[in-house]
Design a protein around this ligand. Structure first.
Ligand code: NAD
Ligand code: UDP
Length: 328
């Protein structure tokens, strides 16, 4: 569907060459918008946006959001930040800088342009939660000095900045708390559970359960997530969030492993590895606010979403595009 020319916007997506960003870019272009994708390609890849190479309304700029950016746009989606524990712990100082300096730079840009800005925040705001499921009113249980803190506290500070720009400068902000999301274009070496397990299963290698696999996560398929993200951006100015977007169906990590083995017909066996420090025991979003304010709910259950995800990883394995998997 292409919109009328007068409703076309020029939209900045930071982190647009990453997993979620590249899907968002596709959906925005489908709606007829112009998209400026800004990414330093730390975890994103040109492969994710390769199909847009000659697209007349798509532009790519290699840039680090820790540095100011001077462009003219109508809307900003701020997704730039490594998202997987292996990647964000690789250079923790840079991770905090990306969240905090990146937010300041993008908010400064939004302030100059008087345009709407959406922040890709995270369920990690809730840390290892003592409330279950996690609603937006819960303030979280985050270790400020642990190995995950660069990401968790960086994202928390970014939320603070968004709300201070709202209070101080009356900026139009949207803060979205994203829960674990999966799908095609996930980075194969990001060490996350869905990518690790699928690749291990496809190669008939041992599946690496951290701890006994009784910790839980709730997995949202990428297409559902992007619908929620765009609905939040398009919502009334009074809707700032923070708002949870995720799939509330909760699985233990062991259940996920068993489902992936079954779906891939793998002969892989489960192996037990130490649980990483500060690994949250439970995670499940309360998405009632997203239902009430955005009329949003996820439609794709894990059973269905795993199929295209497995197909994507199978293609990578067949192409020989996958290095040995990183595990703790
Ligand atoms: P990703 O690593 O695939 O994408 C992040 C993108 O940001 C990459 O393309 C990377 O190269 C780019 N980037 C990193 N640092 C940058 C910098 N300093 N300047 C410019 N670009 C930079 O991760 P993703 O899963 O697509 O996550 C996107 C956003 O959503 C992140 O902000 C992440 O924190 C958030 N999020 C994701 C999940 C999830 O499950 N995928 C969950 C919660 C929050
Ligand atoms: N996990 C696992 N084996 C792996 C990778 C991850 O058991 O090979 C566990 C991890 O300890 C965590 C859960 O799976 O409890 C989700 O991990 P992921 O890194 O995907 O996301 P996050 O911890 O940020 O939710």
């Amino acid at each position: 569907m292409t919109r009328l020319y007068d409703s076309r916007k020029r939209i900045l997506v930071t982190g647009g060459a990453g997993f979620l960003g590249s899907h968002l870019v596709d959906r925005l272009l489908e709606r007829g918008h112009e998209v400026l994708c800004v990414d330093n390609l730390f975890t994103g890849t040109k492969r994710n946006i390769d199909h847009l190479h000659n697209h007349p309304r798509f532009e790519f700029m290699r840039h680090d959001v820790c540095f100011p950016l001077f462009v003219e746009v109508d809307e900003i989606y701020n997704l730039a930040c490594p998202a997987s524990p292996i990647h964000y712990q690789h250079d923790p100082v840079q991770t905090t800088k990306t969240s905090v300096h990146g937010a300041i730079n993008m908010l400064g840009l939004a302030k100059r342009l008087r345009c709407k800005i959406l922040q890709a925040s995270t369920s990690e705001i809730y840390g290892d939660p003592s409330v279950h499921p996690q609603g937006e009113a819960y303030w979280g249980n985050v270790n400020p000095i642990g190995p995950r803190s660069c990401y968790d506290e960086g994202k928390r500070c970014a939320e603070t900045l968004f709300f201070d720009y709202r209070r101080q400068h009356n900026l139009s902000i949207k803060v979205m708390r994203i829960f674990n999301t999966y799908g095609p274009r996930m980075h194969p070496m990001d060490g996350r559970v869905v990518s690790n397990f699928i690749l291990q299963a496809l190669k008939n290698e041992p599946i690496t359960l951290y701890g006994d696999g009784s910790q839980t996560r709730s997995f949202c398929y990428v297409d559902d997530l992007i619908v929620g993200m765009m609905a939040l951006m398009d919502s009334d100015d009074s809707i700032t969030g923070p708002i949870n977007i995720g799939n509330p169906n909760e699985f233990t990590i062991r259940q996920l492993a068993e489902k992936i083995i079954e779906k891939t017909g793998s002969s892989s066996e489960l192996t037990i590895h130490p649980l990483p420090q500060d690994d949250p025991k439970q995670r499940q979003p309360d998405i009632s606010l997203a239902g009430e304010l955005l009329a949003w709910k996820p439609n794709t259950q894990l059973e269905a979403g795993l199929d295209p995800t497995i197909a994507y990883f199978r293609e990578l394995v067949d192409e020989g595009a996958v290095a040995p998997i990183e595990t703790v």
